[in-house]
Design a protein around this ligand. Structure first.
Ligand SMILES: C[S@@+](CC[C@H](N)C(=O)[O-])C[C@H]1O[C@@H](n2cnc3c(N)ncnc32)[C@H](O)[C@@H]1O
Length: 727
């Protein structure tokens, strides 16, 4: 909404008429001038809390008033990411270097030096130049299309840090406790799939569970992660502070002594707590914070309120300790030697260091250690390892010291966990902690917003943890949940709108039949699910991995397996299912290589230009090859190195192997990817959108206005329920 208004006001301005001041402008946050970016309470509070030396304080505030540069991350599978990185580096950067727009030199995008494999980029280009300079216009179109198909994510630099700190590997069990809209989740997912290559198995042994308590936002999460459909990925929708224990069947317990006695609860190797927060660290993007911030706004979230006491808080509320409770729950679900990263987008130590300190004080067996990747440590030039080691040993003293600082300023009486007032040494440590923030500010202002990042190894499972069923019961009592549910007209009971996942019977004739075209071998069909209670393979098939199957089968809440076949004769001749592009990475490793069709680049162009190109439109080799195949779903490979006829200089050669699904019908062959993905592909390979939609847009049949690069938060399309990989 705000964006639309911005466009309208620009349009008025472009007619060179004097701008009429709208009385409502006063209420608008996005129109704030730099000179109006002031807030006495904010400044007074953080001057004390952040302990930034006075000569740097102004610099800090100035930085807070600067707009954030645009940053994006190349996402998706390792293959796609490598391809797109080379497209940006080799195709666009040379053309964007030395651009001058309206007499101003415009710097080209630059790769963020600390992000691995050059996948994260930053640019500071005025929107006008992005849309009007011929060089940047093309780049902008590239960003728009690749973002729409999910290969590029607009994500702030600082938001890319917590997943990096977690250092996820393919065998890890990972939990993202507050995950929506999912930009960090998609990073975690990529790490889980990091060993994947185009034709090798892409089913990691590990698992990522992404959770958010907001039902609608879980749909954003699903959309955001759709680019990398993964059999090792689940989305859940519960309150993270009572995240249920997930159980594995007894045979999965490593320790044989426990095998017979009880099922084990799943412990995680990595947990991300990117908790809800006051968000005042986003002040550079959300300039309205300058108008609204006050010292009480964040307190409903802050864990420390019970320390502050009723005198200060007015109405202390136990449920206000959400951040702390989420972190504590995470600590109880962590495997020995695992890591937790706790992050917020707030500057406030009460939401950061104090939460971590209190969690460490209340859950035994953990210590705070530095988990920043070495590369980042070097770049930010922050605290010495010696200090970090010391901090690890005395963390509760150090961080409780921060609490004291907050509370002292707030007027409370505060003591350390040992009951003594904090001394000078703690104050020095506190200063050192803030030196870290200061260094972040100097090194890269985006990183300033990074909050306490914590690695907390070791935990013991307890028997008093919430179970899946108890959580559901608790939730069903709340109004919020009832809104998310529909009332069953027959029974009057509330039921979830989502259809349940059910395992398909082993040997189901329909599934067996689909495995013929294309030829699938060794396909783990016992891990296939459908979304109906009867387990009928009717619409989409979902694949999970072995650990996913174990978890599904073990829970008491509606997952189930249909036992035995239905006695069908297996006579279905035309395969009912087809491979779609989103399912291809999952299925590809199981497709017999000799059944993959080879095609050249002109064939790709024909497939992109027309919806249902006739067999006769293709060159002889491809026509013969595909013509000899049965009707149904096939996979085509376009090999790297193929020449791209008619392409501009920069798009002369296919730089990477492309593997795409097609559907062969009686007389035509069509590409099984959606319109936007076709446009993105055409632009990426040929430097031009040859598709029907692209041609229509150019000839004005469609709304040819340049769209903005969508932000993660606004994407809703294509949302579905919990998805564990699509076939
Ligand atoms: C800071 S955002 C998370 C951003 C996300 N990690 C990302 O990178 O896209 C916090 C999220 O926590 C969710 N949330 C709030 N309370 C929660 C709770 N009790 N349990 C789980 N999630 C919660 C909100 O719906 C919101 O999506």
């Amino acid at each position: 909404m705000a964006r639309t208004k911005m466009k309208e006001s620009r349009k008025r301005g472009s007619g060179h008429k004097p701008r009429v001041t709208n009385p409502d402008d006063d209420k608008r946050d996005d129109l704030l001038q730099k000179s109006d970016m002031k807030n006495q309470k904010f400044e007074a509070y953080y001057e004390k809390q952040l302990a930034i030396p006075s000569d740097e304080w102004c610099k800090f505030l100035d930085t807070c008033r600067e707009p954030l540069p645009s940053t994006f991350r190349i996402a998706g599978s390792r293959e796609t990411a490598a391809v797109l990185t080379s497209v940006v580096q080799d195709t666009y950067i040379p053309h964007l270097t030395g651009v001058v727009f309206e007499d101003q030199p415009i710097p080209p995008p630059m790769a963020l030096p600390w992000y691995p494999n050059g996948l994260a980029w930053q640019f500071n280009v005025p929107k006008k130049a992005l849309r009007r300079s011929p060089e940047f216009k093309k780049f902008h179109a590239f960003l728009v299309f690749e973002t729409e198909v999910g290969n590029i994510t607009r994500q702030e630099a600082v938001s890319m840090l917590p997943p990096l700190f977690l250092d996820v590997e393919p065998h890890h069990f990972v939990l993202d406790m507050c995950a929506a809209p999912g930009s960090k989740t998609s990073q975690l997912l990529e790490s889980l799939h990091s060993s994947q290559s185009l034709l090798e198995s892409c089913v990691p042994p590990g698992l990522l569970i992404a959770n958010d308590s907001d039902y609608k936002r879980t749909h954003l999460l699903i959309h955001q992660t759709a680019r990398l459909p993964s059999p090792a990925f689940m989305v859940t929708n519960v309150d993270a502070s009572i995240f249920p224990s997930l159980y594995l069947p007894p045979e999965s317990v490593a320790d044989s002594s426990e095998r017979k006695t009880r099922p084990s609860s799943l412990l995680f190797d990595r947990i991300l707590c990117d908790v809800p927060c006051s968000g005042d660290g986003t002040i550079r993007k959300n300039v309205g914070i300058w108008k609204k911030w006050n010292a009480y706004g964040w307190q409903w979230l802050a864990c420390a309120c019970f320390h502050l006491g009723s005198r200060f808080m007015g109405k202390p509320n136990c449920s206000s300790r959400l951040q702390l409770r989420i972190l504590q729950r995470a600590m109880r679900m962590l495997r020995r030697g695992g890591k937790i990263v706790y992050s917020t987008c707030s500057l406030n130590p009460v939401e950061n260091e104090a939460v971590v300190a209190e969690a460490l004080r209340t859950v035994p067996g953990f210590e705070l250690v530095d988990s920043r990747p070495t590369i980042l440590r070097d770049i930010l030039n922050t605290t010495s390892p010696r200090f970090l080691m010391e901090k690890a040993q005395r963390v509760s003293v150090g961080v409780i010291g921060l609490q004291q600082k907050n509370l002292a300023w707030l007027g409370g009486h505060v003591y350390s966990s040992s009951g003594t007032r904090e001394g000078k040494r703690t104050a020095e440590e506190v200063a050192e902690v803030y030196d870290v923030k200061k260094a972040r500010l100097e090194g890269d202002e985006d990183v300033l917003m990074a909050s306490a990042t914590t690695e907390l190894p070791m935990s013991k499972p307890t028997d008093s943890e919430p179970s899946f069923t108890s959580t559901v019961r608790t939730r069903s009592a709340t109004k919020e949940v009832q809104k998310e549910k529909q009332q069953d007209s027959g029974t009057g009971e509330y039921v979830f709108k989502e259809m349940p996942y059910t395992f398909v019977s082993p040997g189901d004739p329909i599934v067996e039949n689909c495995k013929q075209v294309p030829s699938l071998w060794d396909f783990p069909s016992s891990n296939l699910l459908v979304r109906n209670p009867a387990g009928e393979p009717t619409r989409s098939l979902y694949l999970t991995n072995d650990i996913g199957t174990k978890i599904f089968m073990r829970q008491e809440s509606g997952f189930g397996r249909r036992d035995g076949g239905d006695g069908e004769d297996g006579a279905e001749r035309v395969p009912r299912f087809r491979v779609l592009s989103e399912g291809l990475p999952v299925v590809l490793p199981y497709i017999k290589p000799e059944t993959i069709l080879d095609a050249d680049v002109p064939a790709l162009r024909v497939l992109l230009e027309t919806y249902y190109p006739l067999l006769s439109s293709f060159g002889e080799a491809f026509r013969r090859d595909v013509g000899g195949r049965p009707q149904g779903s096939h996979v085509v490979r376009f090999r790297a190195g193929g020449t791209v006829d008619g392409a501009s200089d920069v798009h002369r050669r296919l730089t990477h192997d492309l593997v795409l699904p097609v559907w062969r019908s009686t007389s035509s062959v069509s590409l099984m990817i959606d319109k936007k993905a076709k446009s993105a592909l055409s632009l990426r390979v040929f430097g031009e959108d040859f598709t029907v939609a692209g041609r229509q847009a150019r000839s004005g049949m469609d709304d040819a206005r340049e769209p903005d690069v969508p932000e993660t938060e606004t994407e809703t399309e294509g949302a579905e329920g919990v998805k564990a990989g699509t076939v």
